[in-house]
Design a protein around this ligand. Structure first.
Ligand SMILES: Cc1cc2nc3c(=O)[nH]c(=O)nc-3n(C[C@H](O)[C@H](O)[C@H](O)COP(=O)(O)OP(=O)(O)OC[C@H]3O[C@@H](n4cnc5c(N)ncnc54)[C@H](O)[C@@H]3O)c2cc1C
Ligand code: SF4
Length: 343
């Protein structure tokens, strides 16, 4: 492991102090639990002269959850989220996703804000300075080529791997953002702009694996909110190389409702595949009948169209896409059967 370079650490106690510190240090980075950022600093991937710690801001450290709605502050830790009784009861997909992240050490330190804004990953990027230098770096840092897709014309395909985002996307979550010009809210889906279209230039609203968040300079994620849908059943699962501690090969969140023998609502979202978490579009057309081969064939077609796994990890892209479809199918079957009214 490389030595940690020196930096200044600012520890605000209030949200106002945090925003002021961000405004005063335009080249700063926010520090949640540091479980990803500090690794990247050690590897020389980023070298911020100032880190601003989020965890001391008590206004950002709360969970509200009941049968109607949930609201989670950005400084809540993953272990707090995974074990919160109301979250486990009413929003199992969120609690399960939090409980599947990394290992106990990272879950004790890692925060909701850090997980939602987790940097994208790639085998050519998450390496030491020495290793990356030997490979002439790449587009995401100081190089001028993408080793994954050398003909990509400036587009980076690094993969978003945070586990919480897909879970929250199935609940139609909104995210609250605070910055120097005030507060704004938007659908969580709009926070992620890593579309990585080879045929489209990167813009403010359509980014790639390098520009994957729609945050403006100085802005922070303050909280995330969602309303409950009566009768919705939800769950999260993922495949990883080491079950005890590892980023997802693919993570899948499913939420569904049934009315008698009919599937009436289906929401499926993935992580670990594209440069953004993907909530599958087109699942409404799969509803209205029994959960059977028609639905599974339709799901496979949507996954083929929208899941763009590239060779950015040690597992091949086509394997991750396949695993995504299989995991989603298994979760759907389990949730559909579990939601049968008991006789
Ligand atoms: C061995 C190992 C395994 C891991 N496995 C997983 C895994 O399975 N799934 C997974 O999702 N993650 C995994 N991680 C990554 C990491 O532990 C988690 O994603 C964690 O939730 C990151 O949160 P943090 O608070 O530590 O983020 P930090 O490292 O502090 O920050 C991450 C990024 O978010 C930014 N940030 C932090 N807070 C905010 C905010 N409020 N608003 C805007 N930006 C903010 C930071 O500036 C930084 O760019 C793993 C890490 C390790 C070391
Ligand atoms: S996908 Fe992005 S991080 Fe990976 S090699 Fe290409 S430019 Fe670099």
């Amino acid at each position: 492991m490389d030595a940690l370079p020196s930096f200044d650490l600012v520890r605000p106690r209030t949200l106002d102090e945090l925003i002021a510190a961000r405004a005063a240090h335009s080249d700063s980075r926010l520090l949640g639990g540091g479980t990803d950022l500090v690794v990247n600093i050690r590897r020389g991937i980023v070298a911020p002269p100032v880190l601003i710690e989020v965890n001391g801001v008590t206004e950002l450290r709360y969970i509200k959850a009941d049968e109607h709605a949930l609201e989670i502050g950005a400084a809540v830790t993953l272990v707090e989220l995974a074990t919160h009784p109301e979250m486990v009861r009413h929003y199992p997909v969120v609690a399960q996703a939090a409980g599947h992240i990394a290992g106990p050490t990272q879950r004790n330190m890692g925060t909701v804000g850090g997980n939602l804004c987790l940097d994208t990953r790639c085998i050519f990027y998450n390496q030491s300075e020495f290793w990356r230098g030997a490979n002439r770096h790449c587009l995401k840092t100081t190089g001028d080529i993408c080793h994954v897709a050398p003909k990509s014309r400036g587009v980076c395909f690094a993969t978003f791997s945070g586990d919480l985002a897909p879970a929250l996307l199935t609940l139609d979550a909104e995210v609250d953002i605070t910055g120097p010009t005030g507060c704004r809210s938007m659908p969580l889906a709009d926070l992620y702009i890593g579309y990585a279209r080879q045929d489209e230039p990167v813009t403010e609203s359509r980014g790639d694996g390098k520009y994957f968040l729609s945050l403006r300079p100085g802005e922070i994620v303050a909280s995330v909110r969602a309303k409950n849908t009566p009768g919705l059943r939800s769950a999260y699962d993922k495949i990883r190389v080491r079950r005890s501690i590892e980023y997802p090969v693919t993570g899948v969140a499913v939420a569904l409702r049934r009315d008698g023998s009919k599937l009436v609502d289906l929401r499926v979202a993935f992580t670990g595949t594209n440069p953004r978490p993907v909530r599958l579009a087109g699942t409404a057309a799969l509803c209205g009948g029994a959960l059977g081969e028609r639905v599974f064939a339709g799901l496979d077609a949507l996954v083929r169209d929208q899941i763009m796994a590239m060779k950015t990890t040690f597992t091949p892209g086509h394997y991750r896409r396949r695993v995504a479809g299989v995991l989603a199918r298994r979760l759907m079957q389990r949730l559909f059967e579990d939601s049968l009214p008991s006789s």
